[in-house]
Design a protein. Structure first.
Length: 156
């Protein structure tokens, strides 16, 4: 297993924590050097907070750990392509690179719907790598939404 796969596996573990709370299974870790400095998973429903995305939670923790809002030289590993809010926060935090498990053709802003990471008019661009453990990341989401649809059919 490569170092990058190890970090994405940890993001997947975080996504499974979200799934255990009946949240959309999205997980994230932020790495500085060779150390995971922050972890996060989706908690929107549990926290009743639109800002409680995996990436935002991890960015907050990483900023505390680094003692700065700038996360230069950090790499984020996230199981699903970031939404507009998270992509914007990643740019604002000056994160150098984002490794994405699977893309989000309905709301992704690292190349699917928009590409906020590579806007020339913004003061920072983010290197993006896609598809690392993509099948596993995508499978988590597919299983979650399949189970959700079945639950809704039963209760309707």
């Amino acid at each position: 297993m490569t170092k990058e796969e190890k970090y994405m596996k940890e993001a997947i573990r975080q996504a499974k924590k979200a799934a255990a709370l009946n949240e959309v299974p999205i997980g994230c870790v932020i790495v500085y050097g060779d150390e995971i400095i922050a972890r996060g998973y989706n908690r929107r429903n549990v926290d009743k907070n639109v800002l409680a995305h995996a990436e935002i939670i991890a960015i907050r923790k990483a900023c505390r750990k680094m003692g700065d809002w700038r996360l230069e030289d950090c790499t984020m590993y996230v199981t699903l392509e970031p939404c507009p809010m998270c992509a914007g926060a990643i740019v604002q935090a000056r994160i150098s690179k984002v490794v994405i498990g699977c893309m989000n053709p309905k709301a992704g802003c690292a190349g699917s719907v928009l590409d906020i990471f590579h806007q020339d008019k913004l003061n920072h661009q983010v290197e993006a790598e896609t598809g690392l453990l993509g099948e596993e990341c995508s499978g988590l989401l597919k299983s979650f939404f399949k189970a959700l649809r079945q639950t809704r059919e039963i209760t309707v």
